[in-house]
Write a protein that binds this ligand. Structure first.
Ligand SMILES: [Ca+2]
Ligand SMILES: [Ca+2]
Length: 170
């Protein structure tokens, strides 16, 4: 009982909030945390677990739109890791925590930047995906998906389902 009381106090940022401390309300049942540190994809997975969430999984066009506008409204912008990877099976893109496959045709929404995923690399494959804030050569990705090498160090977004009122009451 004491443990659950303590957990409630740690998780709830203020009375009535449905998001844990450090997370912001993303609408539609989810809270998000955008990191300040740049880490590898695997380190991002671990960091989100430490924050009691998981590396963000984007399930719908609405969630994709929400996250993109959240990122575009930040004052400084850079690419962010999401939980999508084809490490387990080449060219089969899977959300790492739920193990759901992302296929743009089946999902009926396409998050990939034009030309991605291209698996481009001199010495290996690109097995991890990020929302790419690329502006160069007259091109802009504005937080559409690109596959890159998992060893790159980037910001990341954690997701946490909104807390229930029962937890808030504690
Ligand atoms: Ca999600
Ligand atoms: Ca790529």
């Amino acid at each position: 009982m004491c443990f659950f009381l303590l957990l409630s106090i740690l998780l709830v940022s203020s009375e009535g909030s449905e998001c844990p401390r450090a997370y912001i309300d993303g609408g539609q049942g989810s809270c998000y945390f955008v990191s300040h540190d740049e880490v590898t994809w695997t380190e991002a997975m671990i960091s989100c677990q430490i924050l009691e969430g998981y590396l963000v999984e984007i399930e719908t066009q609405a969630e994709f739109d929400n996250i993109r506008s959240l990122l575009l409204n930040r004052t400084s912008q850079a690419s962010v890791w999401v939980a999508l990877s084809d490490k387990r099976q080449d060219k089969i893109w899977e959300w790492a925590t739920s193990h759901t496959i992302y296929d743009p045709q089946a999902a009926e929404f396409d998050m990939w930047s034009p030309g991605e995923p291209d698996h481009y690399s001199k010495d290996g494959t690109e097995d991890c995906a990020l929302l790419d804030y690329f502006h160069g050569d007259g091109k802009s990705h504005d937080f559409q998906l690109a596959d890159v090498q998992c060893s790159r160090e980037e910001l990341y977004v954690c997701e946490h389902k909104k807390l229930t009122q029962a937890v808030v009451v504690g």
